[in-house]
Write a protein that binds this ligand. Structure first.
Ligand code: DC
Length: 217
């Protein structure tokens, strides 16, 4: 069974995907983390697009440990936390536009999901990577609410944050994610659309379980 969860930044995909995977006792996969890992490594080595294609991707030694967090290593060094750096978030847009990068990430995901039951989150999981997945979710929330959640997250981590700036950054990412040519963020035709602006995570999970049950029978 493959359950895809796509949607814009800050919609709550990660919390939902983790909780749903736990509830169903299946694996959680985060496609964004793989794009982040490649971006981090490219930044560390000062690589541009050409170098990513010719020098980074061919020998990429990315190890994934499937647990609640989906921990990642590159060449034996754990990078689970480092991939969340603001610099990676800022620079990722041009790395994830490279077709060869997308192909690499898609292949890794498909390989992992081949013989397993998974909940996989991202931007193009239902539209491009797993078009035949039986259960597709598109999760969204208002821009204001997504900015509010992100702002509180930053505050909780003890980071300096300005609400208007956080909101602008999310709006900018929305544009980049949905206007890009390759694998833009779209609502898959057969997806269950959930706006969780006023919905708790438990209620959201209930909706998804009802959707699964409806489609199973
Ligand atoms: O989900 P996230 O915020 O960690 O993702 C980081 C970036 O990676 C996001 O701005 C867009 C990109 N991404 C993508 O292009 N395709 C995916 N399937 C997942 C993420």
């Amino acid at each position: 069974m493959i359950i895809t969860i796509d949607g814009p930044s800050g919609a709550g995909k990660t919390s939902l995907a983790k909780a749903l995977a736990k509830k169903l006792g299946i694996i959680y996969l985060d496609s964004g983390a793989l794009y982040r890992a490649i971006t981090l490594e490219a930044l560390k080595r000062g690589f541009d697009k050409e170098h990513i294609i010719t020098s980074l991707l061919p020998g990429l030694k990315l190890t994934i440990k499937i647990d609640e967090k989906m921990r990642l290593w590159i060449k034996g060094k754990e990078i689970t936390e480092e991939i969340r750096n603001p610099e990676v978030t800022r620079e990722i847009w041009w790395v994830c536009r490279i077709p060869q990068v997308r192909e690499k990430v898609n292949n890794i995901l498909r390989e992992y999901a081949k013989d397993r039951d998974v909940v996989v989150e991202g931007r193009d999981m239902g539209s491009v990577v797993f078009p035949n997945a039986p259960y597709k979710i598109y999760l969204t929330a208002s821009l204001e609410e997504r900015a509010r959640r992100r702002y509180q997250e930053l505050k909780k981590m003890g980071k300096e944050a300005n609400f208007s700036e956080v909101k602008e950054a999310i709006e900018e990412r929305d544009k980049k994610d949905s206007r890009r040519e390759l694998a833009p963020l779209i609502i898959p035709q057969d997806a269950l659309l959930i706006d969780n602006t006023h919905l708790s995570i438990d209620k959201t999970i209930d909706k998804i379980l009802a959707f699964i049950n409806r489609n199973e029978n």
